[in-house]
Design a protein around this ligand. Structure first.
Ligand SMILES: C[S@@+](CC[C@H](N)C(=O)[O-])C[C@H]1O[C@@H](n2cnc3c(N)ncnc32)[C@H](O)[C@@H]1O
Length: 256
């Protein structure tokens, strides 16, 4: 971690964690509510560009297939590996999905030209093992997206986690872990920023506070306190009609 933690896209005002704070939990119903607000054009364009020429892609934690649909249409056939039956049930028609977890993907070595995991590592029991699996699957390229240092959805998650008495998230820690893990097995790494706004009007702050609290803490007894803590934060962030949900794209290429 020593070198990568110095990278500006791994920095964050949150102190560097001594260990992984997760796994975070994700509620599929709240995820679908949020997904309708995501503007993913830049992320799709950047992933399509870096994966151009792939013959097959494995999308680990493909969720409801938002990104996958675009990749399958514009780049190559995609196999989604997704543990949640509810997420798999909401895939658009025509996408292939198998049940499985990032830490032990039920596919052979070198299954695809490219293996990707976007906004997934924070949900894994063992993120380093998940990254090793991506390296095992990919003949040429691994792409990972995690949150940028100024990502406001992470700020909101951290406010909720504080209410629950849990440690804050730090996506730079995950990116540095992934870069170090992939670098150790010979990949060349580059990190770039991806724009990903979430459409929210200030008047929607209470509704979005509810969605975001349930996204990671569905059923938690402190949900009302989480909403009370984050609604003013969201109203302030959303003054221009959107929250910053920017990401960092980690592209790892195997030397030829
Ligand atoms: C925030 S969503 C991201 C979905 C998609 N990759 C995207 O960028 O739109 C995270 C996804 O990771 C899945 N997930 C959770 N734990 C996982 C694990 N251990 N292995 C693989 N996927 C996991 C969740 O079910 C969910 O579909």
């Amino acid at each position: 971690m020593s070198t990568w933690r110095e990278h500006p896209l791994c920095a964050s005002p949150t102190p560097w964690p001594a260990r992984f704070w997760g796994p975070e939990r994700l509620d599929p119903t709240a995820w679908r509510e949020l997904a309708g607000r995501l503007v993913i054009d830049d992320e799709v364009a950047r992933l399509c560009a870096v994966l151009a020429g792939a013959d097959r892609i494995v999308d680990v934690g493909g969720g409801t297939g938002l990104l996958t649909q675009a990749l399958a249409a514009q780049v190559a056939p995609v196999t989604i590996v997704e543990p949640s039956a509810e997420q798999r049930a909401h895939l658009p028609p025509g996408l292939t999905a198998i049940a499985g977890r990032a830490e032990a993907v039920p596919l052979p070595d070198a299954s695809a030209d490219a293996a990707i995991a976007t906004w997934v590592l924070q949900y894994c029991d063992d993120p380093a093992q998940a990254v090793r699996e991506l390296a095992r699957l990919a003949r040429r390229r691994v792409a990972i997206v995690q949150a940028a240092p100024d990502n406001q959805l992470v700020d909101i998650y951290n406010a909720e986690a504080a209410v629950a008495g849990l440690p804050p998230a730090h996506h730079g820690w995950l990116l540095a872990l992934a870069a170090e893990t992939l670098g150790a097995v010979g990949f060349a790494i580059e990190l770039t920023r991806v724009r990903a706004p979430v459409r929210v009007a200030p008047a929607e702050a209470d509704a979005v506070a509810d969605t975001l609290a349930r996204l990671h803490f569905a059923g938690h007894p402190a949900l009302p306190a989480m909403r009370a803590a984050t609604a003013p934060l969201i109203a302030g962030f959303a003054r221009d009609g959107a929250l910053i949900d920017d990401g960092v794209l980690l592209l790892a290429r195997r030397p030829r």
